[in-house]
Design a protein around this ligand. Structure first.
Ligand SMILES: [Zn+2]
Length: 235
């Protein structure tokens, strides 16, 4: 695991060189955004300790295995901890793959969602404030994928709505040839592109993603990524 202090309030934890989760400082301790793949709970707890705090809340961007893989183990080790995920994504955390009537009827790939025994204590809705983080629905990669904007300094945690593998910000529909998984595992590309466009209005200063390094000058990078996605043949 690589631990990188992004700012006073944020640390980035990277597993296997490609899977990120984040510790976000709040007054009472850390909110952990995503839990990476399975088998990483002890290292995540140690990272929080090294950063001088305890994990008080776990926030999930979506229910893919590389984002919630260590959820159950963390929940066991932490005991009482709040667990939050969007209202739409919550059923996917217990492997309910039914689609809603107002959604594109693109089938979901069940093997990407291993499910968890941990049940969320909070389900999040559009515009809600969770600690310092504003919840923004960004469906497409999954039906209920959610991004979070830290309103203290306009840091955007995009989950897999955006990826920055190789250091270039892209919409998840335009991943590089050498790491196509976020694109291959995206549920609905039209929605994913629309969600990336929606994020422009958040005017992010810094963008932090599930995969790839931090992207400074976020608004400009996002505008360019959205433009490239619009031109991409894959969409
Ligand atoms: Zn994903």
């Amino acid at each position: 695991m690589k631990l990188q202090r992004i700012s006073n309030d944020v640390a980035m934890l990277t597993f296997l060189g490609f899977s990120n989760c984040y510790l976000v400082r709040e007054q009472d301790g850390f909110t952990l955004i995503d839990t990476s793949t399975s088998g990483n709970a002890k290292q995540i707890l140690q990272a929080a300790k090294d950063c001088g705090g305890e994990i008080k809340r776990i926030l999930l961007t979506h229910a893919h295995s590389d984002h919630m893989g260590s959820l159950d183990a963390l929940h066991d080790l932490l005991g009482r901890v709040d667990v939050a995920i969007s209202e739409r994504e919550a059923p996917l955390l217990h492997k309910d793959f039914s689609l809603r009537s107002d959604e594109p009827q693109t089938p979901l790939k069940g093997f990407l969602f291993p499910g968890a025994k941990t049940r969320p204590t909070h389900t999040l809705t559009e515009g809600e404030l969770f600690g310092s983080l504003r919840c923004i629905y960004t469906p497409g990669h999954t039906p209920g994928q959610m991004s979070f904007l830290d309103e203290r300094d306009s840091t955007l945690f995009s989950g897999d709505a955006l990826v920055s593998l190789g250091g270039t910000l892209q919409v998840c529909t335009v991943t590089p040839w050498w790491f196509p998984l976020p694109k291959l595992f995206t549920w609905n590309k039209l929605l994913a592109n629309a969600s990336a466009r929606k994020l422009i209005t958040a005017s992010p200063r810094l963008i932090l993603n599930g995969h790839g390094p931090a992207i400074p000058d976020g608004s400009r990078a996002l505008a360019e990524a959205v433009k490239r996605a619009g031109k991409s043949r894959s969409t």
